[in-house]
Design a protein around this ligand. Structure first.
Ligand SMILES: NC(=O)c1ccc[n+]([C@@H]2O[C@H](COP(=O)([O-])OP(=O)(O)OC[C@H]3O[C@@H](n4cnc5c(N)ncnc54)[C@H](O)[C@@H]3O)[C@@H](O)[C@H]2O)c1
Length: 356
C-alpha cells in the first residue's frame, strides 16, 4: 500500500512524512515543487528508505499527477501543497491563486480520473484528504465562541481566500462527483522544521543572533497553537476514520496573544542559552507596523474530532514550545542553510520600511 503526499518538503508535510514512516509500513510518494518553502534537508534521514520516493513537480501538472497515480496506485492522496504565508500573499497573491486554487483543481481532476478507473473496492477505499486552515473562517472578536465546522467562511487575506476556494472545490468534488474527500481545518502549527520567517522560529533565530524581535502592531493578535506532531496524528486519525465529505477542525486549545508567545520563547532561551551579557532576551523586542488587515483572533473548537474520532493533542503549549526551542538550539546548521539566499531577501522586503 502507498500514499501520495503533496507538499511533503514543507514544514507540516515533512513532519507528516517522517511521522508516517515512524508509524506505518506503507510507502510514501512525496510530490513537491520545492518553492522557497520546500526543503529536502528536512527529509535527509529517510532519503534512502525503500519506503520513500521523492518526485519534483507541481500539483497543477495533471499529466505528471496522472502518471504518478497510475504507476504507484496510492490508496490515499494527502494535499499539503500550498503557498502558505499570509505576508507573502499580500506582497504577491498570484502564486497563491495559481497553486492553492488552480493547482488544487488540477489535482482534483487527476484524482477523479484515477478514482473513476478503480475497481469498486478500490473506489470505496480511496481517500483524498485536503489539509486546510482555520484562517478560512476569518477573525473573531475577543468573546466570540471558537470556530466550529459550521462557522461561515469569511477569509480576509489572499492566502485564506485562496485556501477557502480550494476547500470549496474539494467539497464540490464530493457532492458533484462523489469523490471520497476529507478536509481538515487546523490552527497555527509550530515545531521542528518551521521556516524561519514565521513568528516562533523567527523569534528564536533572531534572539540567538542578537537581532531585534519584530512584533507586529500591539502583539495582541490571538492564535490557537498546535504542536506540529499533534497535527500529524490528527491527520492520520482523520484518514483512518473520518466520514467521507466531512470536515474536521483541528486545534490545540492553546489560545495565546503573539506577545505572550514571544515572551515565552525569550524566557525559555534565558534558561537554556542565556545571553552572554546576562540580560534577558525580551530586551530585543521591537514593535513594527502591523500587517494590513491582520486578523485579530483565531480559535478552534476541536470537539468534533475529539467526540467522533477520539483525537486529542498530546502536547500542551508549554511542553511543545520547549521542545521546539530545544530543536532550534540543536539544529543551527538547518537554520543557517535557510538563512542564505531567498530567506534574507524576504526578510529585507518584509521588514524594511516598517516603522517602530
Ligand atoms: N503552517 C500552519 O500553521 C498551517 C496551519 C493550518 C493549515 N496549514 C496548511 O497546511 C499545509 C502545509 O502548510 P506548511 O506550513 O507546511 O506550508 P509550507 O509553505 O511550509 O510548505 C508548502 C509546501 O508545498 C510545496 N508547494 C508549493 N506549491 C506547490 C505546487 N504547486 N506543487 C507542489 N508542491 C508545492 C512547497 O514547496 C512546500 O514544500 C498548507 O496547505 C497550509 O495551508 C498550515
Amino acid at each position: 500500500m502507498t500514499i501520495l503526499v503533496t507538499g511533503g518538503a514543507g514544514f507540516i508535510g515533512s513532519n507528516f512524512v517522517l511521522d508516517w514512516l515512524d508509524h506505518s509500513d506503507e510507502a510514501v510518494i512525496n510530490l513537491d515543487k520545492l518553492t522557497y518553502a520546500g526543503n529536502l534537508a528536512n527529509l535527509v534521514s529517510i532519503e534512502r528508505s525503500q519506503q520513500y520516493v521523492f518526485v519534483h513537480g507541481d500539483i497543477g501538472d495533471s499529466a505528471l499527477i496522472g502518471r504518478l497515480l497510475a504507476e504507484h496506485q496510492p490508496r490515499a492522496i494527502l494535499n499539503f501543497a500550498a503557498e502558505s504565508h499570509v505576508d507573502r500573499s499580500i506582497h504577491g497573491p498570484g502564486d497563491f491563486i495559481e497553486t492553492n486554487i488552480v493547482g488544487t483543481f488540477h489535482l482534483l481532476e487527476a484524482v477523479r480520473a484515477y478514482w473513476s478507473r478503480l475497481s469498486p473496492d478500490g473506489q470505496r477505499s480511496l481517500r483524498f484528504l485536503h489539509v486546510s486552515t482555520d484562517e478560512v473562517y476569518g477573525s473573531l472578536s475577543k468573546d466570540e465562541p471558537a470556530f466550529t465546522e459550521n462557522h461561515r467562511y469569511e477569509p480576509n487575506s489572499p492566502y485564506s481566500a485562496s485556501k477557502a476556494a480550494s476547500d470549496h472545490l474539494v467539497r464540490a468534488y464530493h457532492h458533484t462527483y462523489g469523490l471520497p474527500v476529507l478536509t481538515t481545518n487546523c490552527s497555527n502549527n509550530y515545531g521542528p522544521y518551521h521556516f524561519p520567517e514565521k513568528l516562533i522560529p523567527l523569534m528564536i533565530v533572531n534572539a540567538l543572533a542578537g537581532k531585534p524581535l519584530p512584533v507586529y502592531g500591539d502583539g495582541q493578535q490571538i492564535r490557537d497553537w498546535l504542536y506540529v506532531k499533534d497535527h500529524c496524528s490528527a491527520i492520520r486519525r482523520v484518514l483512518e476514520a473520518g466520514a467521507l465529505g466531512e470536515t474536521y477542525n483541528i486545534g490545540g486549545w492553546n489560545e495565546k496573544p503573539n506577545l505572550d508567545i514571544v515572551h515565552m520563547v525569550c524566557a525559555i532561551l534565558d534558561e537554556l542559552k542565556p545571553r552572554a551579557d546576562g540580560r534577558a532576551y525580551r530586551a530585543q523586542i521591537t514593535y513594527v507596523a502591523d500587517r494590513p488587515g491582520h486578523d485579530r483572533r483565531y480559535a478552534i473548537d476541536a470537539r468534533k474530532i475529539e467526540r467522533e474520532l477520539g483525537w486529542k493533542p498530546a502536547e500542551t503549549f508549554e511542553t511543545g514550545i520547549r521542545k521546539t526551542v530545544q530543536w532550534y538550539l540543536d539544529n543551527p546548521d538547518w537554520t543557517a542553510d535557510i538563512q542564505s539566499g531567498a530567506y534574507r531577501e524576504w526578510v529585507e522586503k518584509n521588514y524594511t520600511g516598517r516603522t517602530a
